[in-house]
Structures are given as C-alpha cells and as structure tokens.
Write a new protein. Structure first.
Lengths: 239, 93
C-alpha cells in the first residue's frame, strides 16, 4: 500500500554497503522528535505557579511517566526516567503524527520497533548483569522446582526471556499497521459503494479513527510500561 | 491569602492525591494495556522457540527434530507468559 512505502528524499548517501539516504521515514521521525522538543521547550519555559495550558499538558505527561515508573519498577528505577520518558514521547508522537492524513507512520514498520525493542532488551540485560553479576542468571531458574524438571523449566524460561523483544516490537508494529490498513479498507469501501451505500463505511471509518487514536496512545503506554517491567526484573531480582 | 492558609490547603491537596492514587480511569487504561499484551506474548514465544529450533537443526543437521521440540517448548513458554500476565492483572485488582 502506498502509505507504507519508504522512498528516498534527496540524494543517495552510501557508506560502504549501508544505505544511509534520507527517506520519508527519517523525515517523519525528525518531525516527531522536533515537535516533542518544541512542545516541551515552550511547556517548560515559563514555569508559572498557575500553569499555562501547554505547561499543564507537559506536567501531566511528566507526572504520568513518573508515577508509572514508581508504581511498576520502584524507586531504584528513578535514574532511568529520562530514557523511559523519551521513549514514551517518541513512540506516542510517531503514532499520533501517523494519524494525520498524507503522513507516514514510522512505527508501522517492524524494523523501527524491532531496533527499539532490541536496544531495550540488550540494555536491560547489561543492567541486570552489572547490578547482580552472574547471580542475574538465576532469573532462568525459578524457586521451588523439582530437580528432574529443572532442565526443561530453564529452557522454557530462556525462550520466554528471548521472546521479550519480539513481543514488544511485534505488538506495536502489528497494531499500527492493522489499524491503518483497516482505515484504508473502509475508505475504499466508501468509494466503491458510492453515494448510495457509502455512508455506512464512512461512519465506520470515523469511529475507527477515534479507536486508532486510543490505540496509538495505549501502544505507547504499553511500550513504556513493559520497559519498566523489564527494568524492574533486572533491578530487583526476585523470581 | 496568607502563607499559613496556603500551606494547609497544599497539605489537604497532597493528601487527596495520595488517597486517589488508583482511581478507576487509571485502572481501565492499565487493563486495556494488559489485554493488548496477552495475545502477542503467546505468539512471540512460539515464534522465538521455532526460530531457535530451526537454528539448532541447521547446526546439528537433525532436521526436523529440534524444530518440533522447540515449537512445543515455545508453546509452553507462551502459555506460561500469559498465565503470568493474567496473574499480575488479578493481583492489581
């Protein structure tokens, strides 16, 4: 489909075998990142006791993430607040910018979400090993398991640990892509059914747009909260 | 408005926030997030298990045995993951 196509903007840039050209995907990542910066810059510029509207929204986002981190990962995870806040805002803005007509949804490509998820996975694993040393491997061995079952359980635990980045990335990518495809399908129904029957799919696509905005927010939330949960496993070892 | 009045009001407001820490709207969002998790958690473990089996088969030239074993181990791991998420949802209730 046309809305999922990645194409080059401007000249081709090659570094060895790696294609580093500026694509429409990079453009929309840049737009999302810049709009976060502008929003937070103007939101935190005045610092009034009685907040302006923009400051209020920025503070709501800040409190939302701060509360989420302390609820799921405890006080030890406070140093990772900047990372999780950035992650949440970036995914949220990418999803929301993708809802605008004629735009490109960055998160509807699995490579984008997979890179973020694999980065989180590796970072969390390193944090776990740094904090606990080789004792971190004990998350693969649950307590109170009979010795006979231990090899089997350990293999299952390793598979479930390795499935984290896959489930994290596939969830975001699949939800975004399915939503946009569904909107496109209902949109084409409107055209093909014409003036007589097109009103029903039209009303559906209005409702679906609302649903998509909810999904865009929820997926960013789930992405951030799962990062917190994984961090919690790495910081507070108690299985 | 003098300073003391402001301080008592701040104290009352803070207590209110602490009391309403987990209101209903908050919970609903959390449960929807967990619901989105359940499906993908199951699928991901199966996919990862199958991929591990495929790689091991290529290493040891034992097609199709590792794929079969690790497919079923992946299914088990997926079910274990789903049970864990569901348990967490119940705990938070």
């Amino acid at each position: 489909m046309h809305q999922f196509q990645v194409y080059r903007l401007g000249p081709e840039i090659k570094l060895g075998n790696v294609d580093l050209s500026f694509t429409n995907s990079s453009l929309f990542m840049l737009i999302s990142a810049l709009s976060i910066c502008i929003f937070l810059y103007f939101g935190s510029k005045k610092k009034g006791i009685i907040p302006s509207r923009l400051q209020l929204v920025a503070e709501i986002f800040y409190n939302f993430i701060a509360k989420m981190i302390s609820d799921t990962a405890g006080s030890k995870a406070k140093p990772y607040f900047p990372f999780i806040f950035t992650l949440f805002m970036f995914v949220l803005l990418c999803n929301m910018v993708g809802m605008l007509p004629y735009s490109f949804t960055v998160t509807s490509h699995i490579i984008v979400t997979l890179v973020m998820a694999v980065f989180i996975f590796i970072a969390v694993t390193i944090i776990g090993f740094v904090k606990h040393g080789l004792k971190y491997l004990s998350i693969f061995v649950p307590k109170g398991v009979p010795v006979v079952l231990l090899p089997l359980i350990t293999v299952i635990e390793i598979i479930s640990y390795l499935s984290r980045p896959v489930s994290l990335s596939v969830r975001l990518f699949a939800n975004m892509m399915a939503g946009h495809t569904m909107l496109k399908v209902f949109g084409s129904f409107v055209i093909s059914l014409g003036l007589l029957g097109g009103w029903l799919p039209l009303s559906f696509s209005v409702a679906l747009t609302g649903l998509e905005i909810l999904v865009a927010f929820l997926q960013a939330y789930v992405f951030a909260i799962l990062t917190c949960i994984y961090l919690n496993d790495a910081l507070n070892l108690h299985h | 408005m003098d300073n003391k009045d402001f301080k008592t009001r701040l104290k009352i407001a803070k207590e209110k926030i602490l009391k309403n820490n987990s209101n209903d709207e908050d919970k609903r969002g959390h449960f929807m997030g967990s619901a989105f998790r359940l499906g993908s958690e199951l699928v991901a473990a199966v996919v990862v298990g199958t991929i591990i089996g495929f790689i091991l088969d290529n290493w040891f030239d034992t097609k199709p045995w590792f794929i079969i074993t690790f497919f079923f181990l992946g299914v088990i791991a997926g079910i274990v993951n789903v049970i864990r998420v569901a348990n967490n949802m119940q705990k938070k209730d």
